[in-house]
Design a binder for this molecule. Structure first.
Ligand code: G3P
Length: 218
């Protein structure tokens, strides 16, 4: 399973990359706003800075919601760096834009996906990634992980090349369960990635090993 980090914060991206397990980055307009990035040129420069840290797969989201402006924005974003994946919302014009950009050889990530039907449309349009939001479904008492399971099954049935990118991951068990189900990618905050390191038996075991070593070596 690929690990993406879901942030626009450069320090967090560097920290995850330095761990050696990072395969990409996802951003969205809210995450960009959180970093105070505004204005077209600053936004592009920020995406470039992200691309300079990681090896591949930097999702940059369009703001437009109509086909013509979406594809224009998508083409502009794709010019920033070959690592860019254009993130497009799951709306009618978005599906058309995914189809168009895919035909131009531009990779896309279909975002704001909350149903299996939407995921089928994204795959049929040729999206490189589909992003079902687990946490936001859980928030409204739907089972986000079941949706991932359903989409993985459907894509397997038909051999769709679209990769299932589990998004809106809130904790480590979401991530582990996505891996069990067979999601291709999990995007999550830095805290979720680093929390995977933690186990009390690792801490107590290491403490004991070092204490035993020092007993005979001091
Ligand atoms: O980037 C899309 C998604 O991961 C957002 O997560 O936590 O805002 O629901 P969240």
């Amino acid at each position: 399973m690929k690990f993406f980090i879901d942030t626009a914060n450069l320090n967090e991206i560097r920290e995850a990359y330095d761990l050696g397990v990072l395969d990409g980055v996802t951003t969205n307009p809210s995450l960009m706003a959180k970093e105070g990035i505004k204005g077209e040129e600053n936004v592009k420069a920020h995406y470039k800075a992200i691309c300079d840290i990681v090896d591949n797969n930097v999702s940059a989201e369009v703001i437009a919601t109509d086909f013509d402006t979406m594809i224009k924005e998508g083409e502009e974003l794709a010019k920033i760096d070959e690592k860019i994946v254009v993130k497009i919302p799951m709306i009618r014009d978005g599906v058309k834009a995914i189809k168009y950009l895919t035909a131009q050889g531009i990779r896309t990530n279909c975002t704001l996906v909350f149903s299996a039907g939407q995921a089928i449309l994204a795959a049929k349009a040729g999206a490189s990634y589909v992003s079902p939001f687990i946490g936001r479904l859980d928030d409204i008492a739907y089972d986000g992980l079941s949706l991932i399971e359903q989409i993985v099954q459907i894509y397997d049935n038909y051999g769709y090349a679209t990769e299932v990118l589990a998004a809106s991951i809130r904790h480590t068990m979401h991530l582990v369960q996505c891996a069990e189900i067979g999601a291709d990618v999990a995007t999550c905050p830095l805290k979720v990635i680093t929390s995977l390191l933690n186990h009390p038996l690792t801490d107590s075991g290491l403490k004991q090993f070092l204490a035993d070593h020092h007993k005979v070596n001091s």
